[in-house]
Design a protein around this ligand. Structure first.
Ligand SMILES: [Zn+2]
Ligand SMILES: [Zn+2]
Length: 245
């Protein structure tokens, strides 16, 4: 992969840092934050959905027919860790203080997020193994939901009555997990055969089953339209990357 390493590590670091920024804005002004996060969630959903269905799934199936089962496994993995082991989890601001007061509920929700974040990083690295173009495209797909994700982690801790170090620590935990995902796939091409389809399943879940429900919760058409803009943004990014790389 040679020269792509530097780019991969730089972008992997950028995606991890976005988690920290997301955790940090938990203390910012409510109204500005809401519009900003809603925009990122809807754009991110459309972009991720396009990247997964148009790029990652077809490429995974080209590697091997067994990829289909691995994609399903990735999808079910997120359902297991975020919604089966964890009794209460949703993307976005955690406002259900009663559910979160039980420390186990808060930490299991956070644990699910930490595990999914690992595959956010793995997907970026697997993309770079295929090509610089795919790597950058998948970075953009992941990056868009990283700030809302950091915010989700921090707000879970805050809703459970913790403050200070625990709130920042929650965002830091998913940030480190993302970077670990990047590094673990960066060193061996052999892992891509499994990491690419598995991460495709994970990303499909995050886009269609975590982010889209958040979009649908919002009243009015504005946030919904953002999903289509995310698709357009993906197509433009793909076109531009094809021209320059
Ligand atoms: Zn809740
Ligand atoms: Zn994620």
């Amino acid at each position: 992969m040679g020269s792509r390493y530097f780019m991969l590590l730089a972008l992997g670091l950028a995606a991890s840092l976005a988690n920290i920024i997301g955790g940090w804005i938990v203390t910012s002004q409510d109204q500005i934050r809401r519009n900003f996060l809603n925009a990122l969630v809807s754009l991110g959903a459309g972009f991720m959905l396009s990247a997964t269905i148009l790029e990652v799934i077809p490429r995974s199936l080209k590697i091997s027919e067994e990829s289909a089962a691995i994609i399903l496994a990735g999808y079910l993995f997120v359902h297991l860790v975020e919604h089966t082991i964890s009794t209460h989890f949703h993307f976005g601001e955690e406002t259900h203080h009663e559910e979160m007061m039980d420390a186990r509920a808060a930490y299991s929700a956070l644990g699910g997020l930490v595990l999914h974040a690992f595959f956010d990083g793995a997907l970026i690295a697997a993309g770079f193994w295929v090509s610089m173009q795919l790597g950058i495209l998948l970075f953009l797909a992941i990056f868009l939901h990283k700030i809302p994700e950091g915010f989700t982690a921090a707000s879970i801790m805050r809703a459970s009555g913790r403050s200070g170090a625990a709130v920042v620590g929650a965002a830091a935990a998913i940030s480190i997990s993302t970077l670990a995902g990047v590094v673990s796939i960066a060193w061996s091409y052999a892992l891509v055969q499994t990491a690419l389809p598995f991460s495709a399943g994970v990303t499909l879940y995050v886009a269609a089953s975590d982010l889209i429900p958040e979009v649908n919760k919002e009243k009015g058409i504005k946030v919904s339209v953002g999903v289509f803009l995310g698709v357009v943004l993906f197509l433009i990014s793909e076109f531009l990357l094809g021209m320059f790389l």
